[in-house]
Ligand binder design. Structure first.
Ligand code: F3S
Length: 395
C-alpha cells in the first residue's frame, strides 16, 4: 500500500505511540483488504460505547489510550451507551453498571469525541455530504450514510473507527470504491408498506437473503427518512447490508444498471412471514420504541397519539439527548410522560442491561430490535406497528 512521507512518519512513531498503534491497525486492515492507499475521512462515528458490549477490557483500553494523550483529529460522534446518562438511577439502571459506563464516557470526552451518544448522528449535527468518505461503525448509521445520503463508509468495527478518528484516515477499499457500490440483486416490492414496522419487516426479509451484498429496490413508492432508517437498520441486522439503493428515492439509484440482476420478489405473503418470524412472544412487559433512535417527528407522532390517554404498561421511546431537549421544549416529553411513558435519552434497549431490570418480553416496532433482543438481551419480542402496540397499551 502506498503511504505518504507523513504517513510513514506516523508508522515510525514520530507522532507518538498512540498514533503509531492506531495507524498500524489501519495499515494492517488496508493490507488485508488490498487497499492501494489511505484516504482522509470527513468524520468518524464510534460504536462499542456500552459497557455491556465492551466490558472491562474495552473500558481499560479506552482509559489507557486517553491517558496516553489520544485525541481525535476529525469530528467524531459516539454511539449509544448502555444507559440514560442523566436519568439512569430513576429508570432503574444498576449502579455498578452505571459507574463503569460513566468512566467510558469520560475516556471518550478526554479524547475530544463529540458526546452525541446516538445511532442517528445524521439527525444531530454529523451530517455528511454526498460522496464524502467517512469511517462510521454503527451498522444502521453506516447504511443510512451510504444509501440515503450517498456518502462512503465501510462498516467499521469500534477500534478501526476510533483509529480512523485519531489518524483522520481510512484505507481505500470496499464501499469507498465505485465498483463496490453496484447492486447485486433487484428486489421487486409488491407488498404495500403501511407502517415503519413494515419497512423493518421488509429489511429483515431482504437482509436474510442478500447477506452482505447490495440490494436495489424497485416498487417502494414513498419512504420518509424514518422509514429508510428502519429499513436499513433491519437489513444491517439480519444480514450485513451496508448499502442499498431505492429506485426514485436514494441518490445513487439512477446511476445503476439493473438489467442483468437476479430478481427477488417480496409480496404480502413474504412480508407476513417476516412479521411472524420476528414475533417470539405475547403480552409485553414494556414497549420500547426508537430503534434507530427516534427523530423529533416520531416523538411528535407518539405524543399526538397519546394525547389524553393513559398507558397501562411502561413505554419508553429512546432518542438522542439533543432530540429529547427539543421534544421537551415543544411540550412533547410532558405529553408522553403525562400518559405514563418515558422519553429515554442516550441509550437503547439492545445495548442496555435490560435483562437485569426485570423485563422478559418487549414490544417493539423495529425490525432491528426484534432481530437482536432475543439473542443480546434474552427477551421475547412482540413485533407490531406503533398503532397495534398502542392499541394494547392504552387504557
Ligand atoms: Fe440504535 Fe440501538 Fe437500534 S444503537 S439502531 S437503537 S439497536
Amino acid at each position: 500500500m502506498y503511504l505518504t512521507k507523513e504517513q510513514e512518519r506516523m508508522l515510525a512513531g514520530e507522532k507518538g505511540e498512540v498514533v503509531e498503534r492506531m495507524f498500524r491497525l489501519l495499515v494492517r486492515l488496508g493490507e488485508v483488504y488490498g487497499a492501494d492507499r489511505m484516504i482522509p475521512v470527513a468524520s468518524a462515528q464510534v460504536a462499542g460505547v456500552s459497557y455491556k458490549s465492551i466490558g472491562d477490557p474495552g473500558l481499560e483500553f479506552l482509559e489507557d489510550i486517553a491517558a496516553q494523550g489520544a485525541r481525535v483529529g476529525v469530528p467524531t460522534t459516539l454511539n449509544p451507551p448502555g444507559m440514560d446518562l442523566v436519568d439512569w438511577k430513576e429508570l432503574g439502571f444498576p449502579e455498578d453498571f452505571a459507574q463503569k459506563q460513566l468512566r467510558i464516557m469520560e475516556a471518550f470526552r478526554k479524547m475530544g469525541v463529540l458526546m452525541t451518544a446516538t445511532c442517528t448522528p445524521y439527525l444531530v449535527g454529523n451530517l455528511p455530504r454526498f460522496g464524502e468518505h467517512l469511517a462510521w461503525s454503527e451498522s444502521s448509521a453506516v447504511s443510512f450514510a451510504n444509501s440515503v445520503i450517498g456518502a462512503r463508509t465501510n462498516r467499521e468495527g469500534g477500534p478501526s473507527a476510533l483509529a480512523a478518528a485519531i489518524c483522520g484516515l481510512t484505507p481505500n477499499y470496499g464501499l469507498h470504491l465505485d465498483e463496490n457500490r453496484k447492486p447485486h440483486y433487484l428486489i421487486e416490492v409488491k407488498a404495500e408498506l403501511r407502517s415503519t414496522s413494515d419497512f423493518g419487516a421488509l429489511g429483515y426479509y431482504v437482509g436474510k437473503i442478500v447477506k452482505d451484498k447490495v440490494p436495489y429496490f424497485r416498487g417502494i413508492k414513498e419512504a420518509d427518512v424514518d422509514q429508510l432508517k428502519a429499513l436499513g437498520a433491519a437489513m444491517a441486522a439480519s444480514g450485513a447490508v451496508a448499502l442499498y439503493h431505492v429506485e426514485g428515492i436514494t441518490p445513487e439509484a439512477k446511476l445503476m444498471d439493473v438489467s442483468s440482476l437476479e430478481r427477488i420478489g417480496v409480496g404480502e405473503q413474504e412480508l407476513r412471514e417476516a412479521h411472524e418470524k420476528l414475533n417470539t412472544g405475547v403480552d409485553p412487559d414494556i414497549v420500547i420504541l426508537g430503534c434507530p433512535h427516534a427523530s423529533l417527528k416520531e416523538i411528535a407522532t407518539l405524543a399526538a397519539k397519546l394525547d389524553g390517554k393513559r398507558l397501562k404498561k411502561p413505554l419508553w421511546i429512546c432518542t438522542s439527548r439533543m432530540t429529547k431537549e427539543a421534544a421537551t421544549r415543544m411540550g412533547l416529553t410532558a405529553a408522553i410522560e403525562g400518559a405514563g411513558g418515558r422519553v429515554v435519552a442516550d441509550t437503547c434497549t439492545v445495548v442496555s442491561p435490560i435483562e437485569r431490570m426485570g423485563y422478559r418480553t418487549i414490544g417493539v416496532d423495529s425490525g432491528k430490535a426484534a432481530n437482536y433482543l432475543p439473542g443480546f438481551c434474552k427477551q421475547q419480542v412482540v413485533f407490531r406497528s406503533l398503532d397495534e402496540l398502542l392499541e394494547e397499551l392504552v387504557v
